[in-house]
Design a protein around this ligand. Sequence first.
Ligand SMILES: [Cu+2]
Length: 249
Amino acid sequence: MLKLPQSSTDRKHFVIVGALVLVVTILLGFALLAILPVKAQSSVQAEPIRWLFQLHIWLIAFLFALVSVFMFYALFVFRRRKHDTSEGEHFEGNTVLEILWTVVPLVLVVIFSFIGLQTLQQTTSGGDDIRVEAVGFQWAWTFNYPNGVTSAEMVLPVNKPALISLTSTDVIHSFWVAEWGPKQDLVPGMRTQLHVTPTEVGEYKLNCAELCGLTHWNMVATVRVVPEAEYTAWMEQKIAEQNIEVVSR
Ligand SMILES: [Cu+2]
């Protein structure tokens, strides 16, 4: 049977612990967000990822506070006093509590799965106004455009949905531009995809986010997001440089 706090002293303990859990959650949540800033903010796909990440941070802060505050409060407030050799009160089971700590996490997991699926759907869809193939290999990147242009840096026009087709020639790599949000593995023998609609002009760093060998740390490439006119000019220059007969866009 559940013994709800009966005396006013018991209730006082619960109020104090509840307040402490709240304070620790808030402090820890803000501290974690300061230590782990979510860089994703430069693409349409970044926002749902950032939101979900921050939601996780707050849940983590709450769960940590819940466990640690109860534990340290009990350790400190109910510690054995000097010369106290009496035995503590004996409890055996608590059906209501057991149901609660099974159902509440279950509901939370279901809710988070739902939000996760929704975010996955939002970040793995979008148009393909621009198509580019990114090939990863130990330890660099090459980018191929459908018109035959090949480049060591990836250039994309701002605000245009891009579909990046990914493949690897050797081991598993992972395509990640932190400011864009989504991350996608490159698997040898397979073709994977990443949708991105960059929203901010700038120069970004593409990192390999999968430990792939000796100089994995240096498997980086430059990604430039430019205004559309600049993109067209860059493409024309590349076409001229590489002597390509243009057949498509
Ligand atoms: Cu790699």
